[in-house]
Ligand binder design. Structure first.
Ligand SMILES: Nc1ncnc2c1ncn2[C@@H]1O[C@H](COP(=O)(O)OP(=O)(O)O)[C@@H](O)[C@H]1O
Ligand SMILES: [Mg+2]
Length: 324
């Protein structure tokens, strides 16, 4: 059996890693590594917008989380008038984003290249390249923008980056074990040692159709584009999340890999958790069906609708939508 080919990691290696990264867990490691920067100051922002649930936001009747009429699912994420600049140049990219995501919903953000989609997702996870200059983002009732990337991750926000980075010297197995335990600590659940964790993770590999030897390789080192994306979804499968932000998980994937990734994402959905997919292309939406599609243009969401928007886009391009 293939399981036998990979020895579990040695406990001593894991302990030393855990010590050296004692305060660096999933998102902070993942976010910071995107810039090779492991320390960053907190983003601070005083929310200016009210926390009222938007009565104009899309109805929830088609959401997986919908219950009886009048008993709509809880709001998971509420973004109000969010503005952000690039930290270095102060160029404004987000110009007032509004978005409400409830439990059990799948949302997609589409838009032309350069419209601010990736910036929005990175701002949500606290990427240090960007500075929030106004508005609010409330996640599970708490001010997301007051949390550092690590806290956001532990609190249940997962992000799959458009270009997942390599983390030299850290094996996938060790990385996932550390991140998993950090999340379990936060949830008040049992942490797992390397041998117990090995059993958990080996069961998850099938979800993304990955071979067991991926676990011993350093995070994303030498992985193909498709393998990186599968690896991101493996991380999600192991860690779980209330909201998963998936930035272009379809990019660079052939049809087989796309189907594997989509199947894995669909398999992780529950009536309680939500997905925010960011994609340039319609084809992903054939595999993961969103309840709502938002069109982003020049740092704002300019239109929200159902899957029919994607059909218009496919036929007539973004011009038809932006000028509508
Ligand atoms: N870290 C950055 N440094 C400089 N420019 C950036 C940075 N991040 C985003 N931008 C610029 O902001 C705009 C929006 O980019 P992005 O959010 O990646 O768009 P999208 O994901 O919709 O293609 C682009 O013009 C891009 O060049
Ligand atoms: Mg992008």
């Amino acid at each position: 059996m293939s399981l036998l080919h990979l020895p579990p990691p040695s406990p001593s290696r894991l302990t030393s890693l855990r010590n050296s990264f004692s305060v660096i867990t999933l998102n902070s490691l993942r976010v910071s590594s995107q810039r090779c920067r492991f320390n960053q100051s907190r983003l601070t922002l005083t929310p200016t917008a009210s926390l009222t649930v938007d009565s104009h936001s899309p109805t929830t009747s088609s959401g997986r989380g919908s219950t009886e009429e009048g008993d709509s699912p809880k709001v998971l994420l509420e973004v109000r008038d969010l503005t952000a600049v690039i930290a270095e140049s102060k160029a404004q990219i987000l110009k007032g984003v509004n978005l409400v995501i409830r439990e059990g919903e799948i949302h997609a953000i589409m838009g032309k290249n350069g419209s601010g989609k990736s910036t929005f997702s990175k701002v949500l996870v606290g990427h240090p390249d960007y500075e929030v200059t106004g508005g609010s983002a409330i996640f599970k009732g708490e001010n997301l923008l007051d949390m550092d990337p690590e806290e956001r991750s532990l609190f249940g926000l997962f992000m799959s980056f458009q270009s997942p980075i390599e983390i030299p010297g850290v094996s996938n197995m060790d990385f996932l074990n550390m991140a998993y335990n950090a999340r379990m600590r936060k949830l008040g659940r049992k942490e797992l040692g390397p041998i117990e964790f090995y059993e958990v993770i080996s069961r998850k590999l099938d979800v993304v159709n990955m071979k067991i030897d991926f676990l011993n390789r350093n995070v994303n080192e030498g992985f193909s584009g498709g393998e990186r994306k599968r690896n991101e979804i493996l991380q999600l499968a192991v860690l779980g999340a209330d909201l998963s932000v998936l930035d272009e998980i379809d990019s660079g994937l052939d049809v087989d890999a796309l189907q594997d990734v989509a199947k894995a994402v669909n398999g992780l959905l529950t009536p309680k958790n939500s997905v925010l997919m960011i994609t340039h292309y319609q084809r992903l939406l054939d595999y993961i069906r969103p309840n709502y599609i938002h069109i982003m243009d020049d740092g704002r969401i300019v239109k929200t609708g159902d899957i029919s928007i994607a059909k218009v886009l496919e036929k007539e391009g973004y011009k038809a939508i932006s000028s509508a």
